[in-house]
Design a binder for this molecule. Structure first.
Ligand SMILES: *Cc1c(COP(=O)(O)O)cnc(C)c1O
Length: 487
């Protein structure tokens, strides 16, 4: 009865008005002598009572009885919302089997969604964008772009960077810079987002997919070794190896670099998900001939859309800038000797990026802390294992990822995802491996060993909401739900 929205049947109209005023919900639940719900009452109901001549100290039991729409405990948010829509109400009492009130659902609170990885702005972004407006640098190229590139270089310890319109654009430029052409082969991690491999096909080259290793979920050096050996014996080594750092964790770069160097094949490090992560103390994205970052809306920091191509080879980056501005020769008239792209980042978005860089460290800490919370609170869920973090890795934990061992687990991943979705909690499967994608049917694939690690991870894996701006009550909501379903 001490609930702010409950009131006894015996209360007066005056008390009801007062309680309604305090609660601010616009609705009260009237409780009878046995503690059951008699009805709900809105301020409109009370106003009508007064208009019909009721006195302030009349009991509210004078209201005509009207059984309220209630829902049982344990109903999903989406089902509850459907009932609200059907009855055109904004509040819904949740009751136990005795018709006693458990809680009152409120439409606004109920419909709050938890996203997988929403943007999280800091405090400086607006200032940098404002600067672009006041100086009228509303263009691709400009002082924010130059500064963003410089600041990025300083932060990760690389010689040169080109800010571009997306991570995909950066990857495409990387293919061009490494002279990937029709008929060439390019090796690529299989367990990744399609954008890691799409640029290979833009240049009409042939992707060859490499499995993950269980220890890092990233490119298996063992599979890579076999692939390189085969390619060598066929006399057709790849033009490049695209190594992905999945969910913010670096691949085992030393092992991969050794193999690549032994065959003289350059590495493109797809660090779209791993900005702020480290491998043996060194910044992720700085290991390949070229490194690629993404600032898409769901990444650890974002410019709403954008990317960066980095390298210690300043000539390569200079050429990337040239190709990303339509390969325009330095002439007053528009002179072109080859075909380029319109891939440069806008000066406004670079302003957002500069602000985001300032909070990157905080974002990494927040996502790592969130992972710690998940793993601490869900330790006793049968069959659940987390994406491992090898000793050489410092992951940014962009997404908290886990697997459910089908032999032990009480849930199937697709069912769990659906049940979480019914609670407006966005969880996703692990990336569908590219060698399983219809668009890449027929491409060669190298497994880690007899079984494919990537296939296993896809079949049993799950990514949990990982936003750095998630509220503690939202985190509890997710954890409670998973414990309820899977424990
Ligand atoms: C997001 C992502 C990309 C593409 O970046 P965009 O900025 O969205 O084009 C490439 N590779 C990986 C692994 C990604 O996660």
């Amino acid at each position: 009865m001490n609930e702010r929205y409950c009131i006894a049947e015996t209360a007066s109209l005056h008390q009801a008005l007062e309680r309604l005023d305090q609660s601010g919900l616009g609705i009260l639940v009237i409780i009878d002598a046995e503690g059951r719900i008699a009805r709900t009452v809105t301020d409109g109901d009370l106003r009508r009572m007064i208009l019909q001549g009721a006195k302030l100290d009349d009991a509210i039991s004078a209201l005509p009885s009207r059984a309220p729409v209630t829902v049982p405990q344990g109903i999903s948010r989406s089902d509850a919302l459907e009932i609200m829509d059907a009855h055109q109400v904004n509040h819904l009492p949740v009751v136990d089997t005795q018709n006693r009130l458990i809680e009152l659902f409120d439409r606004k609170a109920l419909s709050k969604r938890i996203f997988l990885s929403p943007p999280h702005m800091g405090t400086m972004e607006r200032e940098f964008v404002e600067e672009a407006f006041t100086s009228n640098w509303i263009a691709p190229i400009g002082p924010n772009v130059d500064a963003f590139e410089r600041e990025m270089c300083d932060l990760i310890g690389v010689a040169s960077a080109a800010a571009v319109s997306s991570g995909s654009a950066a990857l495409h430029l990387a293919m061009r810079l490494l002279d990937v052409e029709r008929g060439d082969r390019v090796f690529c991690s299989s367990l990744t987002f399609v954008a890691s491999a799409s640029p290979i096909t833009y240049e009409n080259a042939e992707p060859v997919f490499i499995d993950s290793e269980p220890g890092s979920w990233n490119m298996s050096p063992r599979a890579l070794e076999r692939a390189l050996r085969d390619a060598k014996s066929e006399g057709k080594l790849p033009k490049a190896i695209v190594v992905v750092n999945l969910y913010g964790q670096s691949a085992d770069m030393d092992a991969i670099i050794d193999l690549a160097e032994a065959h003289g094949v350059p590495i493109v490090e797809d660090a779209a998900e791993s900005l702020g992560a480290r491998y043996k103390g060194r910044s992720s994205g700085t290991f390949g001939r070229l490194g690629v970052f993404s600032f898409n809306g769901n990444k650890i920091i974002t410019t709403s859309g954008g990317g960066m191509l980095v390298s210690d080879d300043e000539d390569l980056i200079a050429r990337a800038r040239f190709l990303s501005t339509q390969a325009r020769e330095p002439e007053i008239h528009y002179e072109h000797k080859e075909i380029g792209f319109n891939y440069r980042m806008s000066n406004i978005l670079a302003g957002v990026g500069r602000g985001q860089l300032k909070v990157l460290h905080d974002r990494v800490e927040a996502r790592r802390a969130l992972f710690e919370t998940y793993s601490r609170e869900l330790t006793d869920v049968p069959g659940l294992s987390w994406m491992p973090e090898p000793t050489w890795s410092y992951s940014n934990r962009w997404l908290t990822a886990c697997t459910f061992d089908p032999e032990v687990s009480r849930v199937e991943v697709p069912t769990l995802i659906k049940q979480l979705a019914d609670e407006f909690i966005e969880a996703r499967p692990i990336w569908k491996p590219l060698h399983l994608q219809p668009v890449f049917a027929g491409c060669t694939y190298y497994r880690h060993d007899k079984s494919s690690v990537a296939d296993q991870l896809f079949a049993n894996g799950l990514c949990l909401p990982s936003g750095s701006n998630m509220m503690p009550d939202e985190v509890s909501r997710i954890i409670d739900k998973i414990r309820l379903i899977a424990r």
